[in-house]
Design a protein around this ligand. Structure first.
Ligand SMILES: Cc1cc2nc3c(=O)[nH]c(=O)nc-3n(C[C@H](O)[C@H](O)[C@H](O)COP(=O)(O)OP(=O)(O)OC[C@H]3O[C@@H](n4cnc5c(N)ncnc54)[C@H](O)[C@@H]3O)c2cc1C
Length: 396
């Protein structure tokens, strides 16, 4: 039954329903509409969850990921070659839709404080080069020359020249406007409660009523597991609540995207002068709810580490902190048709999913419209979860 205080769906049928107005859903819906498809884009919230992110464009492997999820590194490595392409694609996309994302590709530094941490970077960079990344190691003197803002504890760093940053608030606003111009019907405050195969397509039960779609793309981040479950299939996406801070604006200080070889942090300065500090400090789930709230311990820990690495940050005020919901899978994205359910596609980008957003959306759009994505899509296929699904079913 519909809630009479809410709006209604603009129509009851669509060619394609895309679920999730995050970076992936926005781009995917726009690409499909650009190719002449009738697309409805639905989100349980009002604005894209992706705006919670830090706007870092990641390419090198993040030490945090390697430390927390060592068992997923081999899976992650399969997607590594996509990251530099994803950064290039952001630039291409910005030009193609005539937008300004405040994008800067001025390199990313992963800083070591000890010889042991530097050794970790030596091994990591060797592996990354084997996998096709361009990275270099900097010893203290070279590091101080290019990054004089770093504190005295910096011992050395790994530099990845094609890392960078953009302003996600501007990106999502402009991409949303572009998707609308392409003809996408965007419906906010519309939660999809159920998704099931019906006839030659799918029947969606939403908070604004029923909707039939010939094809469905699930770009719902942490909401994807429940949606796929309702369709009778399995997609192991887990929520990960994370913390962020931003400072007041300051004169240009930090050129690079900065990370640490052993501790969780990313920091960078936007072109507006504000410094965004994040990098995986935990947030909490609100009691009895599925949205994230700030954990005060993360404010203190994250900001103290930032000031330790870049002492000049100590004179800046933190003007805002927030929490957002990340999605975790098995180390790489899930992009493609669900086994046994033709027409139902997963569009989950993988770790550092904002960086991967537009490119992974285009790859899924290619699959959904029968075009050659130009990339071997087998590593990203949801087929890889079939064995686990079977194991869970037989254990029940
Ligand atoms: C604090 C934080 C900082 C981050 N920083 C970075 C960074 O600097 N760089 C980077 O590359 N990545 C970063 N990430 C990761 C990145 O934000 C995500 O990987 C990316 O935004 C995922 O985009 P998405 O479109 O797949 O999903 P999301 O942005 O999660 O969007 C999913 C949408 O689906 C909607 N939805 C879910 N279920 C339903 C349902 N049943 N019905 C209708 N709608 C539904 C949600 O409301 C949401 O709007 C960060 C993540 C967090 C949390």
């Amino acid at each position: 039954m519909n809630d009479p205080t809410m709006g209604a769906l603009p129509r009851r049928q669509t060619d394609v329903a895309v679920i999730g107005v995050g970076i992936v859903g926005l781009c995917l819906a726009g690409f499909l509409a650009q190719r002449g498809r009738d697309v409805m884009l639905l989100d349980a919230g009002g604005s894209a969850a992706s705006t919670a992110n830090a706007g870092s464009l990641h390419v090198q492997m993040q030490s945090r990921f390697m430390r927390l999820f060592p068992e997923r590194v081999a899976s992650f490595e399969q997607q590594l070659p996509l990251y530099p392409k994803a950064v290039e694609y952001w630039r291409e996309f910005e030009r193609a839709i005539n937008a300004d994302f405040e994008m800067k590709v001025s390199g990313g530094l992963m800083v070591a404080e000890t010889p042991e941490q530097f050794d970790f970077l030596v091994a990591k960079s060797r592996r990354e080069r084997e996998l096709g990344l361009e990275v270099e190691l900097l010893e203290r003197a070279d590091l101080q020359r290019i990054a004089p803002y770093l504190g005295p504890a910096a011992f050395g760093a790994e530099l990845c020249a094609n890392e960078g940053k953009l302003n996600p608030l501007k990106c999502n606003t402009q991409i949303r406007a572009w998707a609308s111009r392409m003809g996408v019907t965007i419906v906010d405050q519309c939660k999809v409660n159920q998704l099931r195969p019906a006839g030659s397509g799918f029947a969606l039960t939403t908070s604004l009523g029923a909707l039939d779609a010939r094809q469905v793309a699930v770009a719902a981040g942490p909401g994807a597991r429940a949606l796929m479950d309702s369709a009778g299939t399995f997609l192991p996406v887990d929520p990960e609540p994370l913390h962020m801070n931003i400072t007041e604006a300051a004169p240009p200080l930090i050129l690079h995207l900065v990370q640490h070889a052993e501790r969780s942090i990313t920091l960078k300065q936007l072109s507006t002068g504000q410094v965004v500090i994040g990098g995986g400090w935990p947030a909490k789930l609100a009691a009895g709810a599925d949205y994230p709230v700030v954990d005060p311990a993360s404010v203190i820990g994250n900001v103290s580490l930032a000031q330790f690495m870049v002492p000049a940050l100590g004179s800046l005020q933190i003007i805002r902190t927030w929490a957002g919901m990340n999605s975790k899978v098995d180390g790489r994205g899930v992009l493609g048709e669900m086994p046994g359910l033709p027409g139902l596609h997963a569009a989950i980008p993988g770790d550092a999913g904002y960086t991967l957003g537009p490119l992974t959306a285009r790859l899924v759009a290619d699959l959904m419209t029968g075009r050659d994505p130009g990339v071997d899509m087998r590593p990203y296929s949801p087929m890889r979860f079939q064995a686990e699904e079977l194991r869970l079913l037989t254990a029940q």
